[in-house]
Ligand binder design. Structure first.
Ligand code: FES
Length: 119
């Protein structure tokens, strides 16, 4: 959830400028770090590039019919809304808000996230 300390980083001029793959996942780079943006029911969701289980790129996974990103390796599922590991293995996926504004698409990162190399 975004708060007053969220750093909004512009990632595209408009949603159509994001390079979504066939599974509705786009990858953006901010300060040398990759982040995923998923599209589900015309809403955009930011989440970590790598799976919290074994660090496989989640951009190679897919978004299921319930709004979960599914990892391509072991098929663990994570809610796009809050990162909850809905398939029950006990992991947590980092997620971030995405805002579509008249001047572009923004990913909302906490200050420490936007300043450090993480993800
Ligand atoms: S690497 Fe993603 S579920 Fe194992």
């Amino acid at each position: 959830m975004a708060d007053t300390t969220t750093q909004w980083i512009k990632v595209a001029e408009e949603p159509r400028a994001l390079s979504f793959n066939a599974e509705q996942i786009a990858v953006v780079n901010i300060q040398g770090q990759s982040y995923c943006i998923g599209r589900y029911k015309d809403q955009l969701f930011g989440f970590a590039y790598r799976c919290p289980h074994a660090a496989v790129p989640l951009s190679e996974g897919y978004i299921d019919n319930h709004g979960n990103v599914v990892c391509p390796l072991h098929f663990y599922k994570f809610s796009l809304l809050n990162g909850r590991n809905v398939s029950g293995e006990g992991y947590y996926l980092k997620t971030w808000p995405v805002a579509c504004r008249p001047d572009g698409v923004y990913l909302g990162l906490p200050p420490e996230q936007s300043a450090k190399e993480q993800c």
